[in-house]
Design a binder for this molecule. Structure first.
Ligand code: HEM
Length: 306
């Protein structure tokens, strides 16, 4: 199995730092080598900074892939699936590169980000930077624990990584990001019951509602989907809260062996079923959305001729 980038399946951390870049014209001649070097540097840094659980990955935007790697494209790589219904909008804002850095130390992330920017100088322009943090016991800023039903152990890799079905891209991962801005004032004015019905779990103790008690508009009802063979459509969510006193919310990140699961879940949230859409969307709004592929380290090295 080709070596995957360590950050894709990494366990949660205290701090995240996300860098979005657009590549300069003509950078594709040099970038494959620089990205392969960067991926290997991220791995070495992870070993060197094991005490702060540093990890990272590089993902290439769906709209930039063919320019950067014209020799072949992951079978299912597609632009971000944009959905819109009434005032619920999941916008698409493509970018060329997403660098995902995480550790348990702010300074280690900062140093890594400086190194990333140094290596990309003249090749790509930084268009967005977001710093995220663990909130309480891994809660979203709504106060609900986020990540409970994430796959665990070896199952994380099964869910997140492309297998033998696409041999050139085995060990890679389809990545979707969305920056959500929460309307905290409106959320905090809701009763505990309304909040819990919106998620489909209890708030303090994080207990899942019984099947018969879950409203059709509850978040976990809308995203808990099965494919036509009856298999659960799972994601590895690597989301974390971010923000300041002017704007705050969730930086949603999904890693998966296929983009189909995210697309189906987002459609179910926004478009809903009959009149039942995801009521979480009454209190939060996605302001960006992008689709990427995070290839294996072996792919990055081969594509760079290393
Ligand atoms: C502001 C945005 C969001 C917030 C605050 C949020 C929060 C939560 C919370 C609190 C849970 C329950 C605990 C858990 O199992 O993790 C959950 C579950 C989940 N969410 Fe979200 N979520 C958001 C967006 C999304 C999006 C965009 C998707 C996919 C398109 C998604 C997919 C899932 C899945 C698959 C689960 C597990 C459901 C289950 O199996 O029970 N979430 N989310």
């Amino acid at each position: 199995m080709p070596r995957e980038q360590g950050g894709i399946c990494a366990e949660g951390n205290l701090h995240g730092l996300y860098l979005m870049f657009n590549a300069s014209e003509g950078a594709e001649a040099t970038l494959p080598r620089v990205l392969a070097g960067l991926a290997s540097w991220l791995q070495t840094s992870a070993d060197r900074n094991a005490d702060s659980a540093f990890n990272g990955f590089i993902a290439i935007g769906a709209n930039y892939w063919d320019t950067l790697y014209p020799q072949g494209r992951p079978a299912e790589l597609a632009p971000f699936p944009q959905f819109e219904q009434e005032d619920r909008i999941a916008p698409s804002q493509p970018v060329d590169l997403f660098i995902h850095l995480r550790s348990d130390r702010l300074d280690i992330n900062h140093v890594a980000a400086m190194e990333v920017c140094r290596r990309l100088t003249g090749l790509a322009e930084l268009v967005e930077e977001v710093r995220s943090f663990r909130y309480l016991d891994s809660r979203d800023l709504t106060g609900f624990v986020d990540g409970t039903e994430n796959p665990t152990g070896a199952h994380r890799r099964q869910v997140a990584l492309v297998g033998s079905e696409d041999p050139a891209f085995t060990g890679g991962s389809y990545v979707h990001t969305q920056r959500y801005v929460h309307n905290m004032g409106l959320w905090e004015r809701q009763s505990l019951k309304t909040q819990e019905d919106t998620i489909g779990r209890t708030k303090v103790d994080n207990v899942e509602y019984k099947r018969e008690d879950k409203p059709p508009f509850a978040h976990i009802k809308r995203v808990n989907l099965k494919d036509s063979d009856g298999n659960s459509m799972e994601l590895l969510r690597q989301s974390m809260p971010y923000g300041n006193m002017q704007e705050q919310g969730l930086f949603f990140i999904a890693c998966c062996a296929t983009p189909r699961n995210f697309t189906a879940q987002l459609e179910s949230m926004v478009m809903g079923e009959g009149e039942h859409f995801d009521h979480l969307l009454k209190y939060t709004q996605a302001v960006s959305g992008a689709a990427f592929f995070a290839p294996s380290i072996d792919f990055l090295e081969q594509a760079a001729g290393l």
